[in-house]
Structure formats: structure tokens, C-alpha cells
Design a protein around this ligand. Structure first.
Ligand code: URA
Length: 434
């Protein structure tokens, strides 16, 4: 088999055979096929697309290209969750303790973030002493003993995807439905869960800007999940404005804890409860979404979910006292407000601009080597639809002296679009794909 023939075939709009897909994935992972040929193939796929069979084969090849996490030593149905990402997305921090408190084992491997803020692993390091680099044995023991563990990616999961995604990132070939779906699902499948709940974002701050594209991506991922023999559901949720009020790292952890004590922002709480309901259902602990939601709400009301977070943080060396006293999590003392220049309604908050402002403060990383300042962040005081008077606070920026906050303030001010009329209300949960 020759790589040039595979490229030509896809360029001409043909279906690739399973053998051809296997050939290029294995050859590229081993370093036997050069970047320039795989770049050409990615571009051909970008324009010509792949059908369901090709997409599933690509996913399976990438899933099997490295280690697979064996969770068989954990009792019960293991349910994982994945979000396609956005601004202020701290969902895992509140969601996983709720679901674990309802008896679903949570064994989650998470990555560090590239972008506006850190990833879940970075955010968890806001707890003093928290250790994300535990052994797989400790990880499994913690899940069996406490019901939850989250660790940084140690195993070499889906290395083919790692190489391909990095290549796509610099060759303009990320935004293809089949390539995105197979990339995400290969990692999730290799991470070993029996069931997966996908939180697919839609809107200006999401990968997929339109509901139509988000739906197509969600359907593709659910098809792959089911094709691979896992239970899989996708929830399409709004990312046309940041989620909740906090954007950053420690500040997002504080908001997640507030949510576990019933004092979280309305939109974030709604998303967490919806995702929790479906995870509990897929985990076999409830027969319908209403019953599952009631269980999730009870776990918050009783304090079980908060206690679960404290046990989890403590078991991984973190200061569990900070769970009960989130004010002890280090958020920068220096702060400055962004004021409204005119009165009116918040018509839009441009997600990406808020994210970039957070990065400018040092809250996110542009490359893997960058250090994150976990203490900086942004608190949005007004959200879409809120009325605001000229001179009122739109947002508060928390910063440290090593970064001048002026540029971030300007970005944030530009992110708010104020108009004379209240915008139409938008649903947070757009669609559920089962
Ligand atoms: N996230 C991934 O992991 N892969 C993609 O292709 C896009 C987003």
C-alpha cells in the first residue's frame, strides 16, 4: 500500500477502506509516514469528509494506538463526561462529586488546558497540596474507596490522535466534523468508561458556532460511542456567553463549590443538574431523568456532594478545609472593575473576548510550557439580558502586579454589547441526543 494512493483516492472523493485507514494511522504513529503526506490527507478529508464507517474505523484505530485504561477493577458502571469546551466551563468540578455522591463511580483522566483558562487538572491544583500525578493503582483504589478520583493523563492514551491533532492544529484542518468527533471519542474510549455523557457546546464561544453544526457533531459522537459498544448521550448547551459568572481557575473552583452548596449561578447549576441526571441514569441508578435529577438535588441539599468533594480532595493530598471555606482558595487581592459606559440591556457577551482577557491576565496558556497564574480571573457581574446603568460594574478583574490589567480591561469592556432592548431569552439546554 502506498500513502500517495490513499491521498489521491480521498482527494478524488472516494471512501477509504478500513485497511487504508489502519495503514496511515499506524504508519504515522510509528513515524514511518511523514507529516507532509498526512497533512495532505487531512486536507483531502477536510474537503471530502468521511462517512460513518470511515469515521468509526479512524476512531478505533486511534483508540487502539496506545494504552487503554483498564477500569475493570472498579465495581459498578463507570460513567465519564466530556465537554467540547468553552469559557467559564468548570462543570466537572461540581458535576463529578454530585454524581459520585449518587453512587456512580467516577474514574476520570483529565488533561491540562490550552487556552483561556487551565483545564480541570489545573483548576484542581488551586487546592493547596492537591496531587494530580497519582499512580493508576492509587487512582483505582481511590475510586473504590471514595467513589471518585481525577488524575492527569499518565498513560499514553491515543498517541495517534495526539500526533494528528497537533498536525491538524497547524495545517488548518481541525474543523471537520469526522476528524473532531473521532479525535474526541478515541481518547474517551481509551479512558475506559462504560458510558459517556457528552456536553456539546454551541454558540460564539464554542467550536461549533451554529446549532446545526453542534447537532451534527453530537450525533456523530453518539454514533461512534454506540458503535464502540458504550452507552452514550449528548447534551447540546449554550456557549454564546460564558458559563456562570467566574472565569479563571481558583475563582472557578470557588463557583463550583458555591454550586455544591446550592448557591451557584442559575445557568451553571442548570447545566450541572442536567448532566448529572443523565450520568446517574446511564449509571443505572435511576430509571428516568426526573428521578435522577431528584437524586442529584438531594445530594446537594444533604451536603453529600460537598463532602464527596472534600473526601476526594483530601485523598489526593489537597487541603479539604478549602472545600468548606472556599474563601481560603487563593484569588488575587488586586481587583478592578469594568464599568458600563451607557445604560441599557446586555445584549451579548462575546465569549472569546472574555477568554482572551483571562489569558492576558495569565489565567491560561498559549503553549504547553506556559505557567498559569491560578489566582487571576474575572467575575462577570452582569450576564445576557441583565439591565445595567451607566457607571455600574459589568465585571471585576482579579490580577497580579506582574501583568498590567489595562489590555484585559479593554478586551472585557469590548466583550459587552449593550443595547436599548432586552434580548430574547435563550435556552441553556438546546437539545438532547440519545
Ligand atoms: N478537541 C479534540 O480533542 N480534538 C479535536 O479535534 C477538537 C477538539
Amino acid at each position: 500500500m502506498r500513502m500517495v494512493d490513499i491521498i489521491t483516492s480521498k482527494r478524488n472523493g472516494n471512501e477509504l477502506t478500513d485497511e487504508e485507514i489502519s495503514f496511515f494511522v499506524r504508519g504515522y504513529t510509528k513515524g514511518e509516514i511523514p507529516d507532509y503526506q498526512v497533512s495532505a490527507l487531512m486536507m483531502a478529508i477536510y474537503f471530502r469528509g468521511m462517512n460513518e464507517r470511515e469515521t468509526l474505523t479512524l476512531t478505533t484505530e486511534m483508540e487502539n494506538s496506545g494504552d487503554r485504561l483498564d477500569l475493570s477493577a472498579i465495581k459498578g458502571i463507570k460513567v465519564d463526561k466530556h465537554s467540547t469546551g468553552g469559557v467559564g466551563d468548570k462543570t466537572s468540578l461540581a458535576l463529578t462529586p454530585i454524581v459520585a455522591a449518587c453512587g456512580i463511580p467516577i474514574a476520570k483522566m483529565s488533561g491540562r488546558g490550552l487556552g483561556h483558562t487551565g483545564g480541570t487538572i489545573d483548576k484542581l491544583e488551586s487546592f493547596d497540596g492537591f496531587n494530580v500525578s497519582i499512580s493508576t493503582e492509587e487512582f483505582i483504589n481511590n475510586v473504590n474507596n471514595i467513589g471518585i478520583s481525577i488524575m492527569g493523563q499518565t498513560a499514553d492514551l491515543a498517541p495517534a490522535d495526539k500526533k494528528l491533532y497537533a498536525l491538524r492544529d497547524v495545517t488548518g484542518t481541525v474543523e471537520n466534523m469526522s476528524l473532531i468527533a473521532s479525535s474526541i471519542m478515541s481518547k474517551k474510549l481509551a479512558a475506559g468508561a462504560d458510558a459517556i455523557v457528552l456536553d456539546v457546546k454551541t454558540g460564539s464561544g464554542a467550536f461549533m458556532k451554529t446549532l446545526e453544526d453542534s447537532k451534527a457533531l453530537a450525533e456523530e459522537m453518539v454514533r461512534i460511542g454506540k458503535g464502540a459498544g458504550r452507552k452514550c448521550i449528548a447534551i447540546i448547551s449554550d456557549m454564546d456567553q460564558p458559563l456562570g459568572s467566574a472565569v479563571g481557575n481558583a475563582i472557578e473552583v470557588r463557583e463550583a463549590i458555591d454550586t455544591l452548596t446550592g448557591k451557584g449561578p442559575e445557568d451553571f447549576t442548570e447545566l450541572v443538574m442536567t448532566l448529572a441526571s443523565y450520568m446517574i441514569m446511564l449509571g443505572g441508578k435511576a430509571s428516568n431523568a426526573d428521578e435522577a435529577r431528584k437524586m442529584a438535588e438531594d445530594a446537594v441539599k444533604s451536603g453529600d456532594a460537598l463532602n464527596k468533594l472534600a473526601a476526594f480532595v483530601g485523598a489526593q493530598g489537597g487541603d479539604s478545609d478549602q472545600v468548606y471555606h472556599p474563601e481560603k482558595l487563593k484569588v488575587s487581592e488586586k481587583s478592578i472593575a469594568v464599568k458600563a459606559e451607557k445604560s441599557g440591556y446586555v445584549e451579548r457577551i462575546i465569549c472569546d473576548e472574555v477568554g482572551v482577557a483571562c489569558m492576558m491576565l495569565g489565567g491560561g496558556r498559549a503553549s504547553k510550557e506556559d505557567e498559569i497564574d491560578l489566582s487571576v480571573g474575572i467575575k462577570l457581574m452582569k450576564k445576557r439580558g441583565d439591565h445595567v446603568e451607566a457607571g455600574e460594574d459589568l465585571a471585576i478583574v482579579y490580577y497580579n502586579a506582574d501583568k498590567d490589567p489595562d489590555e484585559a480591561l479593554k478586551k472585557l469592556s469590548g466583550a459587552y454589547v449593550i443595547s436599548g432592548n432586552a434580548p430574547a431569552k435563550q435556552d441553556l439546554i438546546k437539545m438532547i441526543i440519545e
